[in-house]
Design a protein. Structure first.
Length: 476
């Protein structure tokens, strides 16, 4: 079996495929650890306030209508006050027309001009070894209502109950509210109360406004906590939203991206300008449009953690089989001058060391950060495999070639992990280069010959065939 270099190459290839098993297990462990991290972040975030989404304000004006209805009434004896009976001893009834005041579906009126200024300050909460970014936000909302359009939603003899109007603002969770929520209508401060959960299990605040036609503009200030994301619905006919934060890694998402933003190491600023034609939200309605506003028009910012070490560890594990394959291939190519070929068990040991590298890197990264963890893990792995090559594989000085190649590989992997945008390109080029290098290095190999026959080795590490002894020249 060992006389055919080609057969040994196939065996090494099968061993590389076999190493898929530990690499896949390592990937599952990294996934499980990342899930645990996400679960911890979600739990801590929910305790702090959770993902917050603002929608509103909306002015809700009750509507009533006076109608004539026919009612069935008993006919009473005027003397006794007892219901009269007919000849068959059955009660006698009569129908009368009665005026009744009925409540109809209220009118929902959204602002004409809506301006929101949101400022957040972030901090980190800790649970075990995990850090969770959370924020405290202050939102100032300035708006007005075109009350003159409210009557356009009425039909028949319906009447608006202006004095019973209320202003509602929806928030994801009332328990996230902090400080005193203030609603100013000119010089008047309106009293705010918590609102019961609506059909979508969304909380909020409400405030009786009295006759809203007496108020030209409103200013609402809300302080609240949150985690991970903060979004808002542009409910005004003309909406302008600005967002300021000290978090340096925003990820904008939702129905609209900002018109402009400025991102620095000290935080970011972003602004949006949304016209009413850009979102499917009527300004005047007889139905509650809060669900539409939150689901179809809201946008916001996520406290993004770029390229965290769980993502890096998982991506590194995806390249694991490539690194194991290149290491096996290097050993295969440089062992030609060794007194004995490398045993499959020794290949497996090298592969297991490289598989363990990813677990060691993740475990250390949770304690000391990714950069230092990668340096320690890669250094330990390269040193161990190089020493193993020198002492167990009997590669001698050629073990330095193995160590140098591994150092280059782990250096390239670190650069790939640091740049998520170019990871696919770098990985593809590395794979192509490895295959091309192998093809070039083995271009003159005699795959059918004995691997230790110097006369049949024509690769990079082949030795020249010994020169046969020459017969001594005849004397004289």
């Amino acid at each position: 079996m060992l006389k055919s270099l080609g057969l040994r190459f196939i065996i090494v290839g099968l061993l590389i495929l076999l190493m898929f098993i530990p690499v896949l297990f390592v990937g599952d462990i990294i996934d499980a650890r990342a899930d645990y991290n996400r679960s911890t972040r979600s739990n801590v975030g929910n305790e702090w306030g959770g993902r917050q989404s603002l929608s509103g304000p909306v002015l809700i004006i009750p509507v009533e209508e006076t109608v004539m209805v026919r009612e069935k009434r008993e006919v009473l004896d005027p003397d006794t006050g007892i219901q009269k009976l007919d000849g068959n001893d059955k009660p006698i009834f009569r129908y009368v027309n009665v005026q009744k005041v009925l409540r109809r579906a209220p009118v929902y009126l959204y602002p004409g001009a809506f301006e929101a200024n949101i400022d957040t300050q972030t901090q980190e909460r800790h649970r075990g070894i995990f850090n969770v970014p959370v924020y405290s936000a202050e939102a100032e909302l300035n708006f007005d209502f075109p009350t003159e359009t409210a009557a356009d939603a009425l039909v028949d003899d319906e009447v608006l109950l202006w004095d019973a109007a209320e202003l509602h603002v929806s928030v994801t969770s009332n328990r996230a509210l902090r400080g005193a929520a203030k609603l100013q209508a000119a010089d008047t401060e309106l009293q705010m109360e918590p609102r019961a959960l609506n059909d979508n299990r969304i909380g909020g605040v409400r405030a009786p406004t009295g006759d809203p036609r007496k108020h030209d503009a409103y200013t609402l200030t809300l302080d609240f906590n949150g985690a991970e994301t903060l979004s808002i619905a542009p409910v005004g006919r003309d909406s302008k939203i600005s967002y300021t934060s000290d978090w340096p890694h925003p990820s904008f998402y939702g129905a609209f991206l900002p018109d402009g933003h400025d991102i620095t190491d000290d935080g970011f600023k972003a602004s949006w300008s949304i016209p009413h034609l850009a979102r499917p939200l009527p300004q005047l309605s007889r139905e509650d449009q809060d669900y539409v506003a939150r689901q179809s028009t809201s946008f916001g910012v996520e406290l993004y953690q770029p390229n965290d070490f769980y993502q890096k560890s998982y991506r590194a594990a995806r390249y694991g089989i490539l690194f194991i394959g290149l290491s096996f291939l290097t050993i295969f190519l440089i062992e030609g001058q060794a007194k004995r070929p490398t045993h499959p068990v020794q290949y497996i040991l090298v592969g297991l060391v490289q598989s363990t590298f990813f677990l060691l890197m993740l475990a250390l990264a949770e304690q000391m950060g990714f950069g230092m963890a990668y340096l320690i893990s890669a250094g330990a792995t390269v040193s161990l495999i190089t020493a193993f090559g020198a002492m167990a594989l009997k590669l001698g000085k050629r073990a330095l070639v193995l160590g140098l190649l591994l150092t280059v590989l782990y250096g390239v992997l670190y650069l790939i992990l640091r740049s998520a945008d170019y990871a696919l390109l770098a990985g593809s080029l590395l794979t192509f280069g490895a295959i091309a290098g192998t093809m070039f290095a083995t271009r003159n190999e005699n795959w059918y010959g004995a691997p230790n026959d110097p006369s049949k080795r024509r690769g990079w590490f082949a030795r020249p065939a010994p020169t046969p002894p020459q017969a001594p020249a005849p004397e004289g």
